[in-house]
Structure formats: structure tokens, C-alpha cells
Write a protein that binds this ligand. Structure first.
Ligand code: FPP
Ligand code: MG
Length: 293
């Protein structure tokens, strides 16, 4: 995904803040901090932090206080990738074009690095310089989105349990909306709350985030079929190899592409009311749907 210049700016700010918020490699015990940094700094696109910042920007000119929240979302995302790649889950050797965390540091440290990043995420949000009521609301949204009820862990469980089974469209929808869309939705909502949005606007951004998060996973499924491992930085073609429930496997590529476009249109409609204030967020939504990696 080629990020436009203003997203490059966001990404640089996020990368600097991520570095500042993680314990240094010489802090005791160095091995875990080394592994956490290895995976966080492996070169992710930073989609969730940038969504968070750009959502905040609709409501506030100064998004600096939101930066730690944006980083917390990347910590949670990275934890989920580390654990997803473990032998007990997807058993993958390649992530972001590099050996996966457990390949590099062993399983025990990889499990603990994931745990540590999840914990660090909540410590980071708790310490953010945001009004306490808004901060607690952000904590609640982010925690729920990573949890078992319509959240990432719930979606991951359903995903694993669906492997090799013929599944219904409603099950596939549940998996995608929980496993991937929930954290993306929380990223957008956290930005809106932190930026000072009122309840009505938070609800609108919630709908936008949910829809664009869903589109993100539909596109992820399509790219797993269409792109090479080199382009994706992770093992391509894994979904079919593992008999995963995906949009292309259920509906075919063409219908999947149409559906992603439909979700993009729905998401965009939520932003109409903001006019040029949402120009960046609109641009980002478009990139999410039309990315090639
Ligand atoms: C790619 O993100 C990641 C996804 C499509 C999310 C998949 C969901 C999981 C792996 C959930 C796992 C959950 C548990 C609890 C183990 P990306 O394209 O933004 O990756 P990048 O950060 O490398 O750019
Ligand atoms: Mg996986």
C-alpha cells in the first residue's frame, strides 16, 4: 500500500511514538523487549494507528494526545499477529517479510511478547493525556474489541473452528466482523472519542469503522488468492491450503471484489456529512479497499 504524503507523516509520528513507548532493549529482561520491538518494528502499514489519528482529526486540530492510543492499537494488532503465527494457530514462518516472532525467538518468548504487548497497550491508553471520562470510554471500546464477544479473540476462535467445514454466509460474516473489523472499528472510534466527538458522531464513526474493517478483511481474503508471498510479506495462498472460510472460497473472486466495493461505498456514505474535514479518512478508506498488500 503506497501511503500518500500525509499518511507518511502520520506513520513517521507513530513509529517514533512506538519506539518511545516500548521499554528499551537493555531493560531487564532484554530478551522479551527485543522480541516485542522486533515484531512491532518489522514494518507494518500502521493502518489502525493512522485510522485512529485521522478519525480524531475530524474533531480536533491537535491529535498529539491521541498518538499513544494510536500506538496501543498497533501493540494489540502486533500481539494478535504474533499469536496467530504460532504453531498451535496458523503455524507460519513469514510475517511482514521476516521470520515470525517464534521462528526468531522461540515459542515461549513469542507467547510472552504477545502477552506483554497486549498489557502494554492498556497501560499506554491509561497513561494518555486525554480527559479521564473519554480515556475510560476508549479503554472500554478497545478492550471489548479485542475480546470474545464480537471481538478479535471470539472471531479467531470461530475462524479456527470453521477450518475444513462448509460454513454459512452468516458464520463467515461473524468471523470477519469479529476477528478483523472489531479492532479496526475500535481504532476509528477511539480516535473520535479522543478527538472530542459527541455520541452521535461516535456512533457514525463506529458504523464507518465497522464497515471499512469488514472491507479490509474481504480484501485480505482476495489478496491471499491473488498476490504472491513476496508482495504480501506473509505466506500467500494459505487460506485455501488450510481450507479457511473466506469470501473468495464462498462467493468467488468477482463477487468478493464487488462486495468490497459495496462496503467501501457504504463506509464513504457515513463520512459525507463531514465534507472536507474527512478528506484524509476518505482517502485512507479508499487505500484500504484498493491496496495490493
Ligand atoms: C493483517 O493486517 C491482519 C489481519 C487481516 C487481521 C487478521 C486477524 C488476526 C490475525 C486475529 C488474530 C487474533 C488472535 C487473538 C491471535 P495488516 O495488513 O494491517 O498487517 P500489517 O500490520 O503487517 O501491515
Ligand atoms: Mg491467520
Amino acid at each position: 500500500m503506497n501511503l500518500l504524503a500525509f499518511f507518511e507523516e502520520d506513520r513517521a509520528a507513530v513509529d517514533t511514538a512506538l519506539d518511545r513507548l516500548m521499554p528499551g532493549e537493555s531493560v531487564q529482561p532484554p530478551s522479551i523487549h527485543h522480541a516485542m520491538r522486533y515484531s512491532v518494528q518489522a514494518g507494518g502499514k500502521r493502518v489502525r494507528p493512522i485510522l485512529c489519528l485521522e478519525s480524531a482529526r475530524i474533531f480536533s486540530a491537535d491529535v498529539a494526545p491521541i498518538l499513544p492510543v494510536a500506538c496501543a492499537l498497533e501493540f494489540i494488532h502486533t500481539y494478535s499477529l504474533i499469536h496467530d503465527d504460532l504453531p498451535a494457530l496458523d503455524n507460519d514462518d513469514l510475517r511482514r517479510g521476516k521470520p515470525t516472532c517464534h521462528k526468531q525467538f522461540g515459542e515461549a518468548i513469542a507467547i510472552l511478547a504477545g502477552d506483554a504487548l497486549l498489557t502494554l497497550a492498556f497501560e499506554t491508553i491509561a497513561n494518555a493525556s486525554i480527559d479521564p471520562v473519554r480515556r475510560v470510554a476508549i479503554l472500554s471500546h478497545v478492550a471489548a474489541s479485542a475480546g470474545t464477544v464480537n471481538g478479535m479473540v471470539g472471531g479467531q476462535v470461530a475462524d479456527i473452528e470453521a477450518e475444513g467445514h462448509a460454513i454459512q454466509p452468516a458464520d463467515l460474516e461473524y468471523i470477519h466482523r469479529s476477528k478483523t473489523a472489531a479492532l479496526i472499528r475500535a481504532s476509528v472510534v477511539a480516535g473520535a472519542i479522543g478527538g472530542g466527538a459527541d455520541d452521535q458522531n461516535v456512533a457514525r464513526l463506529n458504523r464507518f469503522g465497522e464497515t471499512i474493517g469488514w472491507a479490509f478483511q474481504v480484501v485480505d481474503d482476495i489478496l491471499d488468492v491473488e498476490e504472491s508471498s513476496a508482495a504480501l510479506g506473509k505466506t500467500a495462498g494459505k487460506d485455501a491450503a488450510q481450507h479457511k472460510a473466506t469470501y473468495p472460497s464462498l462467493y468467488g473472486l468477482e463477487k468478493s471484489r464487488q462486495f468490497a466495493k459495496e462496503l467501501e461505498d457504504r463506509a464513504m456514505a457515513e463520512l459525507e456529512t463531514y465534507g472536507s474535514r474527512a478528506a484524509r479518512l476518505r482517502e485512507l478508506a479508499e487505500l484500504i479497499v484498493h491496496r495490493r498488500a
